[in-house]
Unconditional design. Structure first.
Length: 211
């Protein structure tokens, strides 16, 4: 018998009980090209079910990973072929307003490919990640590599935590979210450090060559 899901996960119990792996794959897939869907939540709920023996944790992980990568690639194609005009016309229907998109695009442009990996853990960027990459002209192969890494880390982290935390996942999730901003700040500082190091190195090279 499937275990009761705690807190905000409870409403996903009928969906998981009825559709199982299909629910995980479908919800994660559509979330990743902008459709508002509880992709992260259903991944966590599936991890709890796997910990209780209702689902196979390896299969859940494989399906979630494939769905995340495929969904982001759909987003990339939308951004690549549709561009800003598509986002400005249709984005409002999936809560991707022009203002939100432009803010995310500026952030993306500053940090390049590295942000594709980190974006998986940031609400809002996770859904718009592929679209922004496609619109900004990021090479597809580079996007795929960073995106696959981000998807693997995202699925691995939440699935492992949910699998072992079980009914205590709600408390664990709240604690992680509480400290999430500090992790993002730390990541931001690392990125800034790399940028400063690059700028100083370029200046030194120019000074050495007498430019």
């Amino acid at each position: 018998m499937a275990p009761p899901l705690p807190g905000p996960l409870a409403h996903l119990a009928p969906l998981l009980s009825h559709y199982g792996y299909w629910a995980v794959g479908g919800v994660v897939f559509v979330e990743d090209f902008g459709i508002p869907a509880p992709g992260e939540t259903i991944l966590i709920a599936a991890g709890v079910y796997a910990g209780a023996g209702e689902l196979n944790v390896i299969v859940v992980g494989a399906i979630a990973f494939a769905a995340a990568v495929a969904g982001d690639n759909i987003g990339y194609l939308i951004g690549h072929y549709g561009g800003r005009a598509f986002v400005h016309r249709w984005g409002k229907y999936v809560f991707l307003t022009p203002e939100r998109f432009e803010k995310a695009e500026r952030f993306f442009a500053r940090h390049g490919g590295k942000i594709v990996t980190v974006a998986r853990f940031i609400e809002g960027l996770r859904q718009a990640n592929g679209i922004i990459a496609g619109t900004s002209g990021m090479p597809w192969r580079r996007f795929v590599a960073f995106n696959a890494l981000g998807a693997a880390l995202w699925v691995g982290l939440w699935l492992t935590i949910a699998y072992f935390a079980g009914s205590h996942i709600n408390t664990v999730y709240e604690e992680i979210v509480k400290y999430e901003r500090y992790v993002l700040i730390a990541l931001g500082l690392v990125v800034v450090g790399f940028v400063v190091r690059h700028v100083l190195r370029r200046r030194k090279q120019r000074a050495d060559t007498g430019e």
